[in-house]
Design a protein around this ligand. Sequence first.
Ligand code: PMP
Length: 439
Amino acid sequence: MSHIFPRNSRARLPVIDHGDGVYLVDTTGKRYLDGSGGAAVSCLGHSDAAVTAAIRAQLDRVAFAHTGFFTSDPAERLADALIAHAPEGLDRVYLVSGGSEAVEAALKLARQYALETGQPARHRVIARRQSYHGNTLGALATGGNMWRREPFAPLMIETTHIAPCYAYRGQDPGESAAAYGHRVANELEAEILRLGPETVLAFVAEPVVGATLGAVPAVEGYFHRIRDICDTYGVLLILDEVMCGMGRTGTLFACTQDGIAPDILTIAKGLGAGYQPVGAMLCTAAIHDAIAEGSGFFQHGHTYMGHPAAAAAALAVLGRLTDDGLVARARTMGARLRTALEDAFGQHPHIGDIRGRGLFLGLELVADRETKQPFDPARKLHARLKAAAFEAGLICYPMGGTIDGRQGDHVLLAPPFILEDTHIDEIVTKLGTALAQSL
Ligand code: PMP
């Protein structure tokens, strides 16, 4: 009997043995092409020598020194390198151990900033209905997935949700993308006014929606309008790039492609590329300075924040992404994977939409292409597809998201940036097999 408390008590899982580039290999020798990087984590694949060497070298010097007493060279250099590449205005880095921790830190920083700038009434958070921001209580409250939230609702902070920018289902026939983006962004203004602008702390959104919708970017102009609304009402804009950041969409930070910068930004997953658990929150100098010149102390912290071995890993990952050209590779290979998916499934009777940016791509499954009618949730198509793909030796990330109050199914693809054309062929072939078996 295993004493591990598993994610799913009924699942019987293979045992992982080792990684080999874009493949994971279990203890029976079966090879799985990691078509989703786990959950958009493994951007460098599973055997990156530069990253493992950097971790080893750091462990040989010192593994851990508490941030209450010391800073470290890898943490300082990582922060400098992130800020050198970050969107305009982001100026300080707070290192944590994962995505949920980064989102919690962002929410608490926003609240403390409001207090230190004499705005104690600001406490309400607005987010979007189809979103995932993590599983700790603040992050869970922020996310819009009702199934995840419901059991824990009595423990949660006050959050309300507006529509995401989801053109495939939201844009009206005859409506331009620009008009749609403006209309759906205006829901934020309406919600701020409904709640009372002086009570609203922050708006939280993923620039490209990952787990809950399957790689859905906003239409052009949406985030410009969101930025304007936040500025008008003094609401902080928190962008969650835990999944879509670190080059996944073809630029190091996803929001660059939307032409705006947030007040606070969260990253994780691709930051450590799976080699170490690490996340970060970036914020503007204005937020940092208000606290530095006020109480002088951000009332937050975790034992493992700024962990030297995790920071060394992230610094090496960042070097691979930027100096070794892997972000650019995510862009070119992403375009090729997208073309291959469009060629194979563009006319498929049950693929309604193929979307995304860079190597962050999604396919939405529908019962009827014309009406966009989702499949009956009782079929649990996403779960069957995941199992069929896994059996065929492909890891992909299918999910059932809530679409217009109903369940809908999509597949998320987020392979390592090092993938080759042969891997693209293998993804498309195995996905085709899995679709045929599960539909
Ligand atoms: N935000 C987003 C956008 C995510 O996709 C996730 C993880 N799927 C999280 C936050 C939470 O990150 P973690 O699982 O590392 O806590």
